[in-house]
Design a protein around this ligand. Structure first.
Ligand SMILES: C[S@@+](CC[C@H](N)C(=O)[O-])C[C@H]1O[C@@H](n2cnc3c(N)ncnc32)[C@H](O)[C@@H]1O
Length: 262
């Protein structure tokens, strides 16, 4: 073979080597792109599923709000729900709970929208009263104003109950001042305060402190039950008070109802 042919062959062989390295790199990059496309597709599918679930949840809340408004017989807009306040699913549940009893003595930990809606519910049923404990004077004043403006004073009241050290079996908690608690039997206990920022498992004391006032068929309803603190509270309630059974209500933020022996 002539020298120039050998050179040409060498160049061709090197060129082929470069080409196959480039083809291999292209193959790897194609695989990376395909994996990324698969991940994007999976993420898009998860987003579509989450969006559908959110739309279904919102539609259910609209249905709950309409059912509630009709059941309460109120034409005026109800106070704002969700956010800090209870949502329409929980409010409808509470309405049906007091309606099933033909009215009820309700004690609420934490005042606000739920106090007003429950007052409307009891007025519609013609029986019962809701008493809301409120540690924050500004929110107490706001809820009292709502109650007064809507002419619901016969059905609801807000009790100023500052948070203080409360001893339960040698353990200290920050909870509503015991001297502020109303006496008498409770049919429905709504636990939606104090806020979590006031201490770990801030709502735990409600059951041990009020246990002796709960009627034999009382319902204890805890809002925000999907939060880690509230999950721990429910677990502890069930462990400490074995006569109660907890049922999770499938609401946006989760809620739990506890009843004796069911
Ligand atoms: C979770 S809120 C619920 C109150 C009531 N159950 C309702 O449905 O409106 C519990 C406590 O948070 C406080 N609170 C209410 N609205 C608030 C807001 N927008 N920002 C900060 N704290 C608020 C009040 O002291 C209230 O007692």
């Amino acid at each position: 073979m002539r020298r120039s042919d050998r050179m040409l062959l060498l160049e061709l062989t090197e060129g082929l080597g470069d080409l196959s390295a480039a083809v291999a790199a292209l193959g790897e990059s194609q695989q990376r792109i395909e994996r990324r496309l698969d991940a994007i597709e999976a993420e898009a599918a998860a987003n579509r599923k989450a969006a559908k679930a959110a739309a279904r949840g919102l539609y259910a809340q609209v249905e709950d709000l309409m059912a509630l408004q009709q059941g309460l017989g109120v034409e005026a807009p109800l106070p704002r729900m969700r956010g800090w306040a209870a949502g329409p699913e929980l409010m409808r549940f509470l309405f049906e709970e007091v309606a099933a009893r033909g009215g009820a003595r309700v004690l609420e930990c934490g005042s606000g929208t739920s106090t007003v809606v429950l007052a409307y519910a009891l007025r519609a049923l013609g029986s019962g009263r809701v008493t809301a404990l409120e540690h924050d004077p500004a929110y107490a004043a706001r809820t009292r104003r709502e109650i007064a403006e809507r002419g619901l004073g016969e059905w609801a009241e807000v009790v100023d109950a500052p948070l203080t050290a409360v001893d339960i079996d040698g353990e200290s908690w920050r909870w509503y001042l015991p001297a502020a608690l109303p006496g008498g039997e409770i049919d429905v206990l709504v636990v939606d305060g104090p806020p979590g920022r006031t201490g770990p498992q801030a709502r735990y004391p409600a059951l041990p402190v009020l246990l002796s006032q709960l009627g034999s068929d009382a319902a204890v309803v805890l809002d925000d039950a999907d939060r880690p603190d509230e999950r721990a509270i429910v677990a502890r309630w069930c462990a400490d008070f074995e006569e109660f059974t907890a049922e999770r209500l499938p609401f946006e933020r989760g809620a739990v109802v506890l009843r004796r022996g069911r």
